[in-house]
Design a protein around this ligand. Structure first.
Ligand SMILES: [Zn+2]
Length: 274
């Protein structure tokens, strides 16, 4: 695992926040491997969504940061999807979940497109006009979601709870438990304090976890103990401070593995459920 982490570190070191923002504006990868990976990863996800037949258990792809796409038998939805081309998926998505109000987790362009199309967006900060308005698909109730609620959209059950982003942004992030039949996914967004992490539906098959924001990784993994632990939000390109880099990733792997051996890394474009 170390070799691939070092390779990604070398590649992302070449992309400054300024270059990344210029790329967001013009789409030019400037022959930088990391930006090419962002583009090819997105294309791979779009292609695999179309090609993948889901049977008993859903398919999950990592796009970028804590952004994932989930395909079930009846639904296609995103969690924290952010990408230069995210809005291209608006037509295909049935609904979207957003953990918190930070730009690296929420694409306002995607939100507007979904809302306009009457599709449900569950978050703790955006009013959900689409779901409550005339012609809404999959209405889940009006307004934004704060605290513990459960929803059912098509074949997907969703349970929400609040976790702390850090010691200043308390109850700022919504954690989502997702259940499809017996299969369970937990997505805890940016959670920097392990105390409030919890799963009411029991041990998740997959936990898409951000081992950053200063969280005590061993405590967190002990609490949730998923069948498969997936690290995301590696090498945020928009800022250098707080970026989950090679050193921090390696340390977090070591800590997580002292509790749970099944640790995986979600690189951009990867399918993470298998
Ligand atoms: Zn974040």
């Amino acid at each position: 695992m170390d070799a691939i982490i070092d390779e990604w570190q070398r590649d992302t070191d070449l992309v400054s926040p300024e270059i990344y923002r210029e790329y967001l504006r013009d789409g030019d990868t400037r022959s930088l491997v990391s930006l090419q990976k962002l583009e090819s990863g997105f294309e791979r996800v779009v292609r695999e969504i179309a090609e993948t037949e889901t049977m008993d258990s859903p398919a999950v792809w990592s796009v970028y940061n804590m952004g994932y796409i989930v395909k079930t038998r009846e639904s296609l939805f995103s969690i924290d999807l952010v990408h230069r081309r995210a809005v291209e998926l608006a037509d295909k998505l049935d609904f979207a979940l957003i953990t918190h109000n930070h730009g690296d987790h929420c694409s306002s362009e995607l939100y507007s497109a979904l809302n306009k199309a009457g599709k449900t967006v569950i978050s703790n900060f955006l009013d959900n006009y689409g779901a409550t308005g005339k012609g809404a698909k999959n209405p889940v109730g009006g307004g934004f979601v704060v605290g513990e609620k459960t929803f059912k959209i098509n074949d997907v059950e969703i349970s929400t709870s609040l976790v702390d982003h850090n010691k200043y942004l308390l109850d700022f992030t919504t954690a989502f438990e997702i259940r499809v039949g017996n299969w369970k996914l937990y997505h805890s967004g940016d959670c920097g304090i392990a105390d409030k992490l919890k799963t009411k539906w029991g041990r998740p098959d997959i936990w898409t976890f951000f081992p950053g924001c200063g969280i005590n990784v061993a405590d967190a993994v002990k609490k949730i103990n998923p069948r498969k632990l997936v690290f995301g939000h590696m090498w945020e390109l928009n800022h250098l401070s707080g970026r989950l880099n090679a050193l921090l990733i390696k340390r977090a792997i070591e800590k997580a593995k002292s509790v749970n051996a099944n640790v995986h890394l979600a690189f951009w474009g990867d399918r993470v459920d298998i």
